[in-house]
Design a binder for this molecule. Structure first.
Ligand code: GYE
Length: 355
């Protein structure tokens, strides 16, 4: 049965490739064997596919729409992988559901797309479906978040280093507190996501060097504003008056946490009792940083699609491509704070932030 299935899959691939007018998807996996690409090209032309079929078909299994960061990231992919640019983007919003995302990748394989972009909700559990993509000869680019699978299971990774972001937040806090005591609450991102794991580990690495810091609690707010608000409300019930730092692993969680603190009459930011650290540095997150409500905002750049497109174009041309690309980030702090780790916010920086 398995054998028949894989023959069928292989056949689907061949047919899909023939109909693709020579989009030569295998070039990437066979970068070392240009002969195969050359041989495939004339056959594809003979198939006399209609012009629109010459588009490069890209399946994109996106995490969901949980945050402003994600909205900006999705829009960036839709702009870059547009029909005008020669792409047919098969976009799936997986709504933060890991099972849906695995199925989305599987469907892309069955459809015989030319490339798969995977922004994995969770880092674990990708081995079998990545193997299926490999067997079908469809290159996979893992974007934004990491997978635990061995790098040989996919073609390229492109994203930010979230443990560096976590460490940056910790280093900034140590500099800001300058030896003062910290009682810290952490609102984590989605459980099992490399973004939450990386930010937690990076921050904890610094916390471990500071005996004067106590992490009172750490709970997931699922990278959403509602999640951030709910976690903060329950933190306030348990720890009111006992905490002076809240770390929110993205801007939307910070908005929710601020709402919960406002409702409880807790002051925060540069003039308040509680220090807020956030991640992402989206437009509104930076607005709150400029206003002094968020003390430090660690950037995570969602504008990543052009890097992925470059990889795909290089694969198309049978050229070498980067298998591991890190998008660089920096941190921003509220006016009045001088930091060796971060840039002090200005109106000009905010005006320049498009997302
Ligand atoms: O920080 C968060 C989003 O994976 C780095 O996911 C990304 C994170 C980002 O929902 O806002």
């Amino acid at each position: 049965m398995k054998k028949i299935l894989s023959i069928l899959l292989a056949l689907t691939m061949v047919l899909a490739l023939a109909a693709c007018g020579g989009s030569s998807a295998p070039a990437a996996t066979q970068a070392a064997a240009p002969a195969a690409t050359e041989a495939a090209a004339p056959a594809a032309t003979e198939a006399a596919a209609p012009a629109e079929d010459s588009k490069i078909v890209v399946g994109f299994a996106q995490v969901g729409h949980e945050s402003d960061w994600r909205t900006a990231n999705t829009k960036n992919y839709q702009d870059v992988f547009s029909a005008e640019n020669g792409y047919d983007l098969v976009f799936v919003d997986c709504d933060n559901d890991n099972a849906v995302q695995i199925e989305a990748v599987r469907t892309s394989i069955q459809q015989g797309v030319d490339y798969i972009i995977l922004a994995p909700i969770q880092s674990a559990g990708w081995e079998s479906v990545l193997q299926e993509a490999k067997d079908a000869g469809i290159p996979v680019i893992v974007a934004d978040r990491q997978v635990d699978a061995d790098p040989s299971m996919y073609d390229a990774f492109l994203g930010t280093d979230t443990s560096v972001e976590g460490k940056l937040a910790g280093d900034w806090l140590a500099e800001y507190l300058n030896g003062a005591e910290a009682n810290i609450l952490v609102i984590e991102g989605s459980v099992g996501s490399s973004a939450a794991i990386g930010r937690t580990n990076g921050f904890n690495e610094v916390a471990a060097e500071h005996p004067e810091w106590t992490i009172l609690d750490s709970q997931s707010g699922d990278f959403t504003q509602t999640g951030g608000q709910e976690v903060m409300e329950s933190f306030i019930k348990s720890y009111n008056g006992k905490f002076n730092v809240v770390v929110c692993q993205n801007d939307n969680e910070a908005y929710g946490a601020m709402d919960a603190m406002d409702a409880a009459g807790i002051t925060y930011g540069v003039d308040g009792d509680v220090i807020i650290i956030s991640y992402d540095a989206t437009h509104d997150g930076l607005k709150y940083t400029l206003e002094g409500k968020i003390n430090c905002n660690v950037e995570c750049n969602p504008i990543q699609a052009a890097y992925v497109e470059q990889i795909i174009q290089q694969m198309e041309a049978g050229e070498e491509f980067a298998t591991y690309t890190l998008v660089e980030d920096q941190a921003f702090v509220a006016p009045g704070i001088e930091s060796a780790y971060a840039t002090t916010m200005t109106q000009e920086i905010l005006d320049g932030r498009a997302y």
